[in-house]
Design a protein around this ligand. Structure first.
Ligand SMILES: [Fe+2]
Length: 165
């Protein structure tokens, strides 16, 4: 296998992995949304993040379809990838919302970095025409991560208000 082919192989696997990461994000947000209703700003932002994740997953689908990669590959790889990040998604304690926000910040950091990896791979594999699409998704992850980080002190205050009333 030539170096370019090897890079393309790793890139395509990376696209499938990221599709699993987006799918996991959508599932996690769906599970958490109802319990975020007491935090309207957070609820609205998470709802937007769910929509964006759906768009991001669709973009990855398109990039894979363009290279004729069988879509069944997407399914096979889900379990392994999700295990990598599932540690972020498991919370049932009383301070659940705060933990969920911390988990979401961690998840966003993971996503930003994995898009950065995909961009590097795309450039190396001779797929630099994919880069703008990947950069758009990375920018959205960055925006959400920044928003969560900026508003973290507000969530602590709202949490305290609701639990000391
Ligand atoms: Fe995402």
């Amino acid at each position: 296998m030539s170096g370019l082919n090897a890079a393309m192989d790793v890139y395509l696997t990376g696209l499938r992995n990221q599709h699993a990461v987006e799918t996991q994000a959508i599932g996690t947000i769906k599970n958490q949304l109802a319990r975020m209703e007491p935090y309207p700003a957070l609820h609205a932002q998470m709802q937007q993040d769910k929509q964006r994740s759906e768009t991001q997953a669709a973009r990855l689908d398109q990039l894979l379809a363009k290279r004729d990669t069988a879509k069944s590959g997407v399914k096979e790889i889900v379990a392994g990838t999700v295990a990598t990040v599932a540690g972020f998604a498991h919370v049932t304690a009383d301070d659940e919302v705060l933990k969920n926000v911390l988990a979401a910040i961690g998840y966003k950091a993971y996503e930003i970095s994995s898009y950065k990896v995909l961009i590097t791979l795309a450039n190396t594999a001779g797929a630099s025409e994919d880069v703008p699409v990947l950069e758009q998704s990375m920018k959205e992850e960055q925006e959400m991560g920044d928003w969560l980080g900026t508003h973290l002190p507000d969530f602590v205050q709202s949490y305290l208000k609701q639990h000391t009333a």
